[in-house]
Design a protein around this ligand. Sequence first.
Ligand SMILES: Nc1nc2c(ncn2[C@@H]2O[C@H](COP(=O)(O)OP(=O)(O)O)[C@@H](O)[C@H]2O)c(=O)[nH]1
Ligand SMILES: [Mg+2]
Length: 193
Amino acid sequence: MLVKNPQFEISAVRQSQYPTSGLPEVVLVGKSNVGKSSFINTMINRKKLARTSSEPGKTRQINFYNIDEKFYFVDLPGYGYSKMSKKEQEEVGKFIDEYLYTRKEIALIIFLLDIRHEPTNNDRIMYNYIISSKIPFIILTNKADKLAVTKVEQAMLHIQKSINPIGDIVTLPFSSERKIYTDDVWKEIENII
Ligand SMILES: Nc1nc2c(ncn2[C@@H]2O[C@H](COP(=O)(O)OP(=O)(O)O)[C@@H](O)[C@H]2O)c(=O)[nH]1
Ligand SMILES: [Mg+2]
């Protein structure tokens, strides 16, 4: 997809602030610092429309990016940021739940994992949650640029086996750093919206 006019629309801190246009939503889910905001910037070819941070856990809002009036990319707060207190983590958890449980517009969840690391306990909780929600989703193993090209496929399959042993969920490598594999992800998005 050729994105022409992506716009930041709103940072919502409560449900009443979610957009009301009814456009489908493609949601980025994953632990803090896995690359959710960078993913959005890469896909829309803008350096910093979505706010990225080397200091993870800073974004506590749900950010909606209107992509050419066709759909929204939705940047959820990351979970599992170790420097957050238990209470803060619970608050973020509730906030994520509230959106994922109630939002009818969600068309696709893009679940990001780090291609180099075994999924965490929180990743597994999120995976099970997504499965039970029945919302369509795909898995991206991100930061593929950190590995030699020849190792990417094997590492991706390892992560897939670990989190989705049946292997029925579309799993693709990704790298915001190198802007590779974007066409494959666009195909998945276009199939849904
Ligand atoms: N090498 C590499 N670094 C990445 C990639 N994606 C994100 N990062 C870096 O990881 C950090 C966190 O990224 P960010 O998009 O803010 O993560 P978020 O917390 O999930 O939104 C930043 O320093 C990014 O530059 C990637 O594909 N490759
Ligand atoms: Mg972010």
